[in-house]
Design a protein around this ligand. Structure first.
Ligand SMILES: Cc1ncc(COP(=O)(O)O)c(C=O)c1O
Length: 450
């Protein structure tokens, strides 16, 4: 095996200590959690992770797009320690503390749009979505929601009603909120209408008008349209450039646009929000994952006139805006600015994407390379012509990478996603990509022989 600077794995994984933890976890922890491989973390710093058997990995998963400033960034750790020594919890549902004002003052100007904005804080992505659902219904006094097939907005009952990326997420949970209308996402590599972009001239938008608005959706009953500018769990699928602008006609009909930035937000795509690449200003934005570098915190941000339709008692959560998480978020935003992490995401992500596009020319199983900044997807197929989904191939690649010290995971059925910390260094990224290329080359030649 090649000697590497960062990725170091001895023998076959899982090692003895990891195997024991995996076995014991299965005894006690709900089997509803599905994992890609048996990584048992011992410690993690920056973009490197050690397991309990002493192996070292390059982190291309960042705790599923959460570790924006990397693991244990010193400023984040210090902020957490300082706050923990002052007070750990007091519940913003009933009391006040001032770092919440400070965070709001820093966060709100990062959200596009001129008017005054306000924020509701929760703990998780799903909670941010639940809040957005309740808020938009309350503000519009309308019942319906629009969402896309392929969408992922969370797993609690309300959020799950919008989610439509894998049948298993809903299995056994029905009935959900009934008033959600799903319509196809413009997934250009697998266009649902078998068209090609840009010759299609956004037929997807015409289809939505003809088949939905003209057939059964009363637009004056729609509270909100929920979307991810780049679908995450659905397979790392960016909408084509003018899609959301073309959908903006809905806003004239009073439909609120909710941009779910839980995975794409906090600088991951090279801009603070994914939707900033699309030239529209949403009415509501949901943020979670990377905002506090790993502590649980989420934000539902809306214009003040929308947020102020809520009256005291209509929504709250005991643990929302936990002061330690808030302090971690303040440090995260400072580090993103002072260390120019959005610029790094753009630069390192841009280099990585160019390399992946070059690789795509060499390997038959690389169907599509897409994404922005450090939010990159590689769709693996059986062959370029048939585009048959390479589900077995993608899991072989993921396993190969794990066995050689790179943590990479998938999205959708057959897409690799590369979402390292926003401050990943070029040499670490390059070594991770070397191993990924080795994995793809190996699986590609095995597929060619089969
Ligand atoms: C776009 C999007 N929305 C919502 C969620 C739900 O977030 P959480 O798992 O924190 O509830 C996720 C999680 O992956 C997500 O990617």
């Amino acid at each position: 095996m090649k000697s590497r600077k960062f990725a170091r794995v001895e023998g076959k994984l899982p090692g003895p200590k990891a195997s024991l933890v995996v076995k014991n976890t299965a005894k006690f922890v709900s089997p509803s959690i599905s994992r890609f491989y048996p990584l048992v973390v011992e410690s993690a710093h920056g973009s490197l992770v050690k397991d309990v058997d002493g192996n070292q990995f390059i982190d291309f998963a960042a705790g599923i797009a959460v570790l924006s400033t990397g693991s244990t960034h010193p400023e984040v750790v210090q902020a957490i320690k300082d706050q923990a020594e002052k007070f750990i919890h007091f519940s913003y549902t009933d009391f006040y503390y001032d770092n919440l004002v400070e965070l709001s003052e820093k966060l709100l100007p990062l959200i596009p749009g001129d008017g005054r904005k306000m924020v509701y804080y929760g703990n998780s992505g799903a909670e941010a979505i639940e809040a957005a659902m309740k808020l938009t219904r309350n503000a519009t006094r309308r019942p319906l929601f629009l969402a896309h097939s392929g969408a992922f907005h969370g797993r609690t009952m309300g959020a799950l009603s919008l989610t439509a990326s894998k049948p298993t997420q809903r299995k056994g949970s029905l009935p959900l909120i009934p008033d959600v209308v799903h319509f196809p996402f413009p997934y250009c590599y697998r266009c649902p209408w078998k068209q090609s972009f840009p010759e299609c001239d956004y037929y997807c938008v015409d289809y939505f008008k003809e088949q939905y608005l003209e057939k059964f959706v009363n637009v004056d009953e729609v509270a909100a349209y929920f979307f991810e500018s780049i679908q995450g769990e659905g397979g790392y699928v960016p909408a084509p450039p003018d899609y959301f602008k073309k959908m903006e006609f809905l806003r004239k009909e009073g439909v609120l646009f909710v941009s779910d930035e839980i995975q794409t937000g906090v600088g991951r795509t090279g801009k603070f929000l994914g939707i900033e690449h699309y030239g529209i200003i949403p009415d509501v934005v949901t943020i979670a994952k990377g905002i506090a570098s790993g502590l649980p915190l989420s934000a539902t941000i809306a214009s003040a006139d929308v947020m102020e339709t809520w009256k005291p008692g209509q929504h709250a959560s005991t643990f929302g805006a936990n002061p330690v998480a808030v302090q971690a978020a303040l440090a995260t935003l400072d580090v993103i600015k002072s260390e120019k992490l959005m610029e790094n995401a753009k630069y390192v992500g841009g280099r990585a994407k160019r390399r992946l596009l070059e690789m795509k020319e060499k390997y038959e199983i690389m169907g599509d390379v897409r994404g922005m900044g450090l939010f990159l997807g590689v769709e693996i197929v059986k062959d370029k012509k048939s585009k048959a989904r390479g589900e077995t191939e993608v899991s072989r690649i993921v396993d190969y990478c794990f066995q050689r010290g790179v943590l990479v995971i998938t999205a959708g059925r057959n897409t690799l996603r590369l979402i390292p910390p926003l401050n990943i260094a070029e040499d670490v990224m390059d070594e991770g990509l070397d191993i990924l290329e080795e994995a793809i080359a190996t699986v590609n030649s095995a597929a060619a022989k089969a």
